[in-house]
Design a binder for this molecule. Structure first.
Ligand code: NAP
Length: 485
């Protein structure tokens, strides 16, 4: 049994209270590791370490900090296979996805921000009155970074890298459900020579350790990624303490396909958007709207591609669809499929757990890629985030109708438009409520662009300069320039 440790002040440490939680392997349903059940005392210890480390770390040159980040990136990359396998076992995602996308992206996150801090600039304003104004950007101190289970190291490193690159010290809390790669990251940081206390990683339950971080007066800033309900709780706790907060929350994203689109690309892209990582990506396109004249052909092409996806042991190379992350998640997805039937939907593919995959996976949390037709845009299945391999398809007749349907949820994270008509693409991109709109693609990411959501999908943006701004405090220095007497 693997025993996971906290990472505090440069060392691996057991939780002070000595309590642990079970960690399950989703593909087998078996406990395979023990996760520290950290509490307020562990948070206090980590805050002390981070506070103590802050003056020295923030006083280093950007290039000195950048060098350490590059060594962390190299350290993860040198263990790509081990990290990918750990992510796959811990989360249930296909090994191929972890190997080709997720762990490489974590490496890229560290390299990107190691470089970004070397190229960041400040502003200077002159010409009004006799003042010369320039802006200093200073790190905010000890920051709290809370991340979810769906893309564990990818999303954790997306916060850790910019936070420490600009000179903050940090306390990171991965999801209790997927702690393994964060645990491995701690050892990489030690080997890379990250000074003690610059990054501290606390494991445990959100309501306990995450809440304690949000409440701790020594933590100035909270960067949170997770569900909208938890985000509201974080915002409520942090507001009276005047913490700076960034919230990356849930989504119910649309994929809209016009009859003039390249249908092969649109079908391929929509299947990927619906089911990648078992539909457990915040930007998954779970609501598909298709222009009526193309509807029947699209549905039949989509169904045949969805049926061809191989649901299997995540550790096997051929697997397209692994296990859902937890039993609770499997039950939630099953409940929504039952609700889809009650709301009048037809299950045109999937809809249940698959036949037994293998002896090893007989108790795993698997669910077939599922497509539902015949539901209105207003029903609960089309309004609430399911976060699993379940998509709906709805026809539309006119562009305005499609926009109204797309914008009908409380979320506003992302959307994809598939059309060859560029005027229409630009028009729709401007009218859709979403932080990201893709045209003829999905999940194409440039790390320099702002990423985040509108409405209840979040507050603030991550990525590129937005992240550097979020993790720093602007300070205006104004010099009176004497006029010649
Ligand atoms: P979650 O339940 O909201 O948890 C997110 C993180 O918050 C976890 O580390 C969790 O710890 C912690 N947490 C729970 N209660 C807390 C509290 N009271 N105070 C502080 N932290 C607390 O979300 P999830 O189920 O892990 O992730 C799925 C959700 O994340 C989906 O809604 C998805 O759309 C969203 N998401 C959004 C983005 C984005 O960029 N917008 C990206 C990925 C995922 P425990 O796990 O230990 O409870």
């Amino acid at each position: 049994m693997i025993k996971i440790a906290n990472y505090i002040n440069g060392s691996l440490a057991a939780p002070l209270a000595g309590s642990y939680i079970d960690n399950f392997e989703p593909a087998t349903g078996k406990v395979y590791a023990q996760v520290p059940d950290s509490d307020t005392n562990d948070v206090a210890l980590a805050v002390d370490a981070a506070t103590h480390a802050f003056p020295t770390w923030s006083g280093l040159t950007a290039s000195a900090r950048s060098d350490v980040l590059l060594r962390i990136a190299d350290g993860i990359e040198s263990q790509l296979d081990e990290f990918a396998r750990a992510e796959c076992v811990d989360n249930g995602k296909p090994l191929g996805l972890a190997l080709s996308v997720e762990i490489p992206r974590a490496v890229k996150n560290f390299r990107f921000f190691a470089s970004a801090v070397l190229h960041s600039r400040s502003e200077l304003y002159e010409g009004e009155g006799t003042g010369l104004n320039y802006i200093l950007r200073r790190p905010r101190g000890v920051v709290g970074l809370i991340s979810p289970w769906n893309l564990p190291l990818y999303l954790l490193s997306w916060k850790v890298a910019p936070a420490i690159a600009v000179g903050n010290t940090a306390i990171a809390k991965p999801s209790e459900v997927t702690p393994m790669t964060a645990h491995m990251l701690a050892q990489v940081c030690i080997d890379a020579g990250l000074p003690p206390g610059v990054l501290n990683i606390l494991h445990g339950q959100g309501a306990k350790v995450g809440q304690a971080m949000t409440e701790h007066p020594g933590i100035t800033t909270i960067s949170f990624t997770g569900g909208t309900v938890t985000g509201a709780q974080v915002a409520k706790t942090a507001a009276p303490l005047f913490k700076k907060v960034s919230l990356e929350l849930g989504g119910k994203n649309a994929n809209v396909i016009f009859a003039d689109a390249n249908m092969n690309q649109a079908v391929e892209g929509s299947v990927r958007a619906a089911f990648a990582n078992q539909g457990q990506i915040c930007i998954c396109g779970s609501r598909i709207f298709v222009e009526r004249s193309a509807y029947d052909d699209f549905v039949s092409a989509f169904v045949s591609k969805a049926k061809a996806l191989r649901v299997g042991d995540p550790l096997e190379k051929e697997t397209d669809q692994g296990a859902l992350v937890s039993k609770a998640q499997l039950e939630k997805v099953s409940r929504y499929v039952e609700l889809a039937k009650e709301e009048g939907g037809q299950i045109v593919c999937g809809g249940s757990t698959p036949p037994t995959i293998s002896e090893r996976c007989k108790d795993g949390y698997f669910f077939e890629p599922t497509l539902v037709t015949g539901l209105s845009a207003e029903c609960r299945v089309n309004q609430e985030e399911i976060f699993g391999p379940v998509a709906t398809i709805t026809p539309f007749d006119a562009e305005d109708e499609a926009v109204a349907d797309i914008n009908s949820t409380k979320y506003g994270l992302s959307a994809s438009i598939w059309t060859r008509d560029l005027d229409r693409a630009h028009r729709l991109a401007g009218n859709i409520d979403a932080g990201t709109v893709w045209v003829n693609c999905w999940l194409v990411r440039d790390l320099r662009v702002p990423f985040g959501g509108m409405k209840q999908s979040g507050v603030g943006r991550e990525g590129g300069d937005e992240a550097l701004r979020f993790f720093t405090e602007p300070k205006n220095v104004c010099l009176q320039v004497a006029t010649k007497s």
